[in-house]
Design a protein around this ligand. Sequence first.
Ligand SMILES: Cc1cc2nc3c(=O)[nH]c(=O)nc-3n(C[C@H](O)[C@H](O)[C@H](O)COP(=O)(O)OP(=O)(O)OC[C@H]3O[C@@H](n4cnc5c(N)ncnc54)[C@H](O)[C@@H]3O)c2cc1C
Length: 283
Amino acid sequence: MHIAIVGAGFTGLTAAYYLQKQGHTATIFEKDVKPGGLAMGFQKKGWDWPLEKHYHHIFTSDNDIRNLASEIGVSFRFSRPNTSAFIDGQILQLDSPLKLLQFSKLSISERLRMASVLVYLKYISSWQRIEKYTAHDWLQKYLGRVPYGTLWEPLLIGKFGPYYKDISLSWFWARIKARTTQLGYPNGGFQHFADILAQKIVDYGGSIQYQAQVEEIGETFLTVNHQRIQADAVLVTVPNRVFMTLAQTLPGEYTDKLQSFKGIGAVNMIMECDHPFLPDHVY
Ligand SMILES: Cc1cc2nc3c(=O)[nH]c(=O)nc-3n(C[C@H](O)[C@H](O)[C@H](O)COP(=O)(O)OP(=O)(O)OC[C@H]3O[C@@H](n4cnc5c(N)ncnc54)[C@H](O)[C@@H]3O)c2cc1C
């Protein structure tokens, strides 16, 4: 099959790589000048490696991406930065059971209660069971108002703004379940990872077209830079809202579903400092 893929972020690249390996022909259309999407890097003069426009890392438990990386010869370095909470002007390390038990902003009984709740979440194996609860209601109930308000509520507000009370407990569970104290970063940066993956796709006979703005998507065709391109199937990796504007003929029921997802923009500021911004390798 000839499969047209919209977007050379990690989803499009990974799909193209495995499709090529299975004997299909994949062509990626990417509007940018290079691969990587949200994990794309930029490199200033004098830097050894590019840096991501948006901070990125993986956990030791991210086995799929680790397997893919090792298959294509990209190595990861893992280190254990301190993950800390900034409360009342103090930086307090909080990334292990021991650090939680030493966490001075909560009473001993609150710390023990929080530890039990986090252990409980860590050992639940299925997110489906807890999907019906919101993180806000559930955590408030089981941790207590003060511990929740001291630690987790500000983080949820910081991440989700006005939507923070709607976030499912299964989202929070995934943070606790998958998170590892060690964080991984590809040698050469995520841009290097994307570049190698893109090269492998080409080596396997696929192709990637850059500065290829997809303007319209149909079931078996695309319009790219005003040209119509046929394919046996089209795989789209752009955000839902972009997809809806590009694919005008989607069934109403399906677009209703896509529309029901809310999205929040993220702006990252990158500072180049003479000294570490936070002390003691705090992440
Ligand atoms: C601030 C931030 C931090 C993150 N940190 C992490 C992290 O630490 N670890 C982690 O695992 N994940 C992290 N993520 C999530 C991760 O970046 C995404 O899950 C992943 O990059 C999504 O890849 P994608 O290929 O699905 O989409 P994208 O990367 O968005 O790729 C979509 C591609 O489609 C292209 N495109 C869009 N419209 C068109 C068009 N009309 N025609 C042609 N091409 C088009 C875009 O240019 C883009 O290259 C983070 C995300 C953000 C925003």
